[in-house]
Design a protein around this ligand. Structure first.
Ligand SMILES: [Zn+2]
Length: 294
């Protein structure tokens, strides 16, 4: 999972509860999910400057609802310890577990006693730790993470899928580079000519000449078409789908810097990819990016 993302809606829930003395405190929200597919737990660790770090674990053993709540709580508190957090507020929507952790109730459930002991031991790590009950509807982030974890079947070697979060600034229908006709990439005719000296059916002599001239800059190796760059490097030709992916990744992906269109096109050339109209596609993308207009 992507290690860090911020969610302003979730953060807003805590703002009203924040008092001045809480300003340096971290928050952890936890939740457990048990359903027909299995058991999962989720925790969201929130730093004082509102960075939210999600954690999920899937339980590979059978447990009760209250056990998954404790598992989730332990996951969140352990994450805070790993981040060397010293001041922590813990939020959960299980009234029972929160009451037990606050010492207001006692449990005789032999399944829960070891958890209770473990968490109170983890609590000793903190200079200040407090437990708070929140309604389910205010615990959506942890709930979503737990549900997500509960839905995936464990592979035999225990691996879970890697989930990537991406941010998209515009509706999907705005993202497509001009659609390719008849599902063929822009370089289809060039590649046909380079490989087989074949012209598209019915084109004029003039177009044939243009295609021949264009094709001299290209070269096929295996099934891949390359364009010879002026410095004799080879650029791999990509179709519209790959081009879109690259533009988004470079502009606003995990390491994106919202660079301008010309800079992006240069970067794509530098790493060895090419398509027609790279520069204008990159510039058009920047013009459609909300963040870049602000
Ligand atoms: Zn941008």
């Amino acid at each position: 999972m992507h290690p860090e993302f911020s969610d302003e809606d979730i953060m807003a829930l805590f703002e009203e509860k924040q008092t001045h003395e809480d300003i340096d405190k971290w928050i952890v929200c936890f939740d457990g999910a048990s359903n027909a597919l299995g058991h999962g737990v989720g925790a969201a660790l929130v730093s004082p400057d509102d960075q939210c770090i999600p954690f999920t674990t899937r339980q590979g053993f059978d447990c009760t609802n209250n056990m998954t709540e404790y598992e989730a709580c332990a996951l969140g508190i352990q994450a805070a310890i790993d981040f060397d957090v010293k001041l922590l507020k813990v939020y959960g929507d299980s009234a029972l577990v929160i009451r037990l952790l606050k010492g207001e109730w006692e449990t005789r459930d032999p399944k829960l006693i070891p958890y209770q002991t473990q968490i109170l031991k983890l609590a000793e790590f903190f200079d200040d730790i407090s437990f708070h009950h929140i309604p389910r509807e205010e615990n959506q982030m942890a709930d979503a993470l737990a549900t997500l974890a509960s839905m995936f079947q464990l592979a035999p070697h225990g691996d879970l899928p890697y989930i990537e979060f991406r941010s998209q600034g515009r509706p999907a229908y705005c993202c497509a580079i001009e659609e390719e006709r008849d599902g063929k990439p822009w370089y289809f005719d060039i590649k046909q000519y380079v490989e087989n000296k074949e012209y598209p059916p019915g084109i004029s002599d003039n177009d044939k000449r243009t295609l021949r001239r264009l094709a001299t800059g290209f070269f096929v190796s295996g099934t891949i078409l390359y364009k010879r760059n002026h410095n004799m490097t080879l650029l791999r030709c990509v179709d519209a789908k790959e081009a879109n992916f690259m533009i988004e990744e470079i502009h606003e992906g995990s390491f994106g810097t919202h660079a301008n269109g010309h800079g992006m096109a240069r970067k794509i050339l530098r790493v060895g990819y090419y398509w027609l109209n790279m520069e204008s596609d990159c510039c058009a993308h920047v013009r459609k990016c909300h963040k870049c207009q602000a």
